[in-house]
Ligand binder design. Structure first.
Ligand SMILES: [Zn+2]
Length: 301
């Protein structure tokens, strides 16, 4: 078995050498192994220390429980996940439409890390010319069967010509990408000058992250290589000469993440408690977005 781990001696974003361990989190879905999460004192970015490299990580995606790629409907948490996904499709589309050059409903869109293609299909049904990239072959196959969309392998990203898209979306994908800076450079190249990039990532400065600490489900080690705060995302964008135009909270994620976290912490799901904690998280986010479990960053050139 290929086992190479990435040991950072400086911050992957701002390169500061002032980094320190903050907690150890467990991989609850696949390996049950523990991984350390470190933080940069300069830009507040957190990252999984000694995470498996781009080859070794594949072993950590081999699970029936890894629901991003599955369409099974068993289990309450899975059911909630699918309900949430359906609701968020509409919300994501409205967000993209609000920034489109001709006020919605058209243009070219690239969805990176398209999973089983639900968002690509949804956008095509609403007038967009949508392309989806997905590294996992099984997911691409399921996209054809479940959503009748043909997704392309992720390698295609590097051969897309400059200024090709009006919108680029990455829904909970960037935290999985080993070649972080190459990825940002490439999306900056292929977005049109008038286009917008939408990046959704978990937010470790959220209320629920603070509450559940190492049990917080959105640490999802080692698949999540990075754990962003709004400040560290701003630093990353600034380094690449991109402009942050806005931050949008993802309300439903707080409930879903609280439910999973509650399950990790206590060994069983407590819907009432998870719902309460999710609701508190969202209430706080009404007054301060930094308390929301997941954030969508709206980015332009
Ligand atoms: Zn840093």
């Amino acid at each position: 078995m290929h086992t190479n781990f990435i040991n950072y001696i400086s911050c992957p974003i701002c390169h500061s050498a002032t980094i320190h361990r903050v907690l150890a989190a467990k991989d609850y879905t696949v390996s049950q192994k523990e991984f350390e999460i470190w933080e940069c004192s300069t830009c507040t970015f957190r990252f999984t220390q000694n995470a498996p490299d781009a080859v070794a990580i594949n072993a950590y995606y081999q699970s029936e429980n890894y629901i991003s790629h599955s369409n099974t409907n068993k289990g309450l948490v899975n059911q909630l996940y699918h309900a949430v996904r359906k609701q968020t499709l509409t919300r994501k589309r409205r967000l993209v439409n609000a920034r489109s050059a001709n006020n919605g409903n058209s243009g070219s869109l690239l969805d990176i890390g398209a999973g089983t293609g639900a968002f690509v299909q949804h956008m095509e049904q609403h007038g967009w010319k949508a392309t989806g990239l997905e590294p996992d072959e099984t997911a691409r196959q399921r996209a054809l069967e479940a959503h009748q969309v043909k997704l392309l392998p992720i390698e295609e990203l590097n051969i897309i010509p400059a200024e090709s898209f009006d919108a680029i979306t990455m829904w909970h994908v960037l935290e999985h990408v080993h070649a972080l800076h190459d990825c940002i450079r490439q999306i900056k190249k292929i977005i049109k000058p008038t286009g917008y990039i939408f990046i959704a990532v978990p937010n470790y400065t959220s209320y629920d992250a603070g509450l559940y600490k190492s049990y917080w489900a959105a640490y999802d080690v080692p698949r999540h290589l990075y754990h962003f705060s709004p400040a560290s995302m701003e630093q990353l964008l600034e380094n690449h000469g991109l402009t942050l135009h806005g931050i949008k909270p993802m309300w439903f994620d707080s409930f879903y993440i609280s439910m999973l976290s509650e399950q990790y912490k206590t060994g069983h799901s407590n819907i009432v408690k998870a719902f309460f904690n999710g609701a508190v998280s969202n209430l706080k986010a009404v007054f301060n977005k930094e308390y929301c479990s997941s954030l969508i960053y709206v980015i332009g050139k």
